[in-house]
Design a protein around this ligand. Sequence first.
Ligand code: OOG
Ligand code: MG
Length: 267
Amino acid sequence: MSMSITLGREDIVRLCERIEGAQTRAYAIPKLTDEYPQMTIGDGYAVQLELRKRFLAAGHKQVGWKAGLTSKAKMIQMGVSVPSIGFLTDRMARPESSAIKTSDLVHPRVECEVAFVMKKTLRGPNCTLQDVMDATDYVLPAVEIIDSRFSGFKFDLESVVADNGSSARFVGGGRARYVEDIDLRTLGVVMEKNGEIVTMGASAAVLGHPAEAIAMLVNILGELGEELPAGSFVMSGGITEAVAVKPGDSIVARFQDLGSVSMRFID
Ligand code: OOG
Ligand code: MG
């Protein structure tokens, strides 16, 4: 993965403003590589960093990170075969069982993920699954509401990284567990929409073990010169493909050993 930055400062700021406009005012834009076909993954992360700095300057608080495109189901659904990372802020968090507005989103989709809360700071390179297990305080079930800002939910890795990995909202809940008390690799998950099962899977779908996705995230952060601080809330990536939602829909994600997470969607 090339983390080299080829775009000049003006282009990075320009692309950041384009993404920020689409995110905060909920409209779709063409993928960035249509205009910048040469842009690299490093350029995508430079745009994401610019976006994070703007949100933090505006008073948003970063609560953690997310790994994306870490399961085969997601890679196939999106046509991208390399995982990505993005940042999570307090403004994206929603309480369990809440009504989530869709009018400030473009075309939301929901996905089931295992979330980790860290008790030790981790740094790449060479962060391993075992390092992650040792540094984890507890895990909990989560639903991520992703919302690509790109038309038709179609993008490439460079563009989706700049768009902060389609991050929009997330809901944590259910029952928090210590990693030593469960088998994190074989957790089954079932997602219901309006009372019907729409997708299901097992946590091993995420790089063989969700902690592997957190190790990958720490190693990407290392390449970007950053660490994963203790206290971070980290999502390991959708286990199944993402499911589109619209006003009126209700979602229940049932996780083996971790309880369930639910929410409904309104206009
Ligand atoms: C990119 C975000 C992927 C996941 O869990 O795989 C992601 C996308 O699919 O829009 O959050
Ligand atoms: Mg996700």
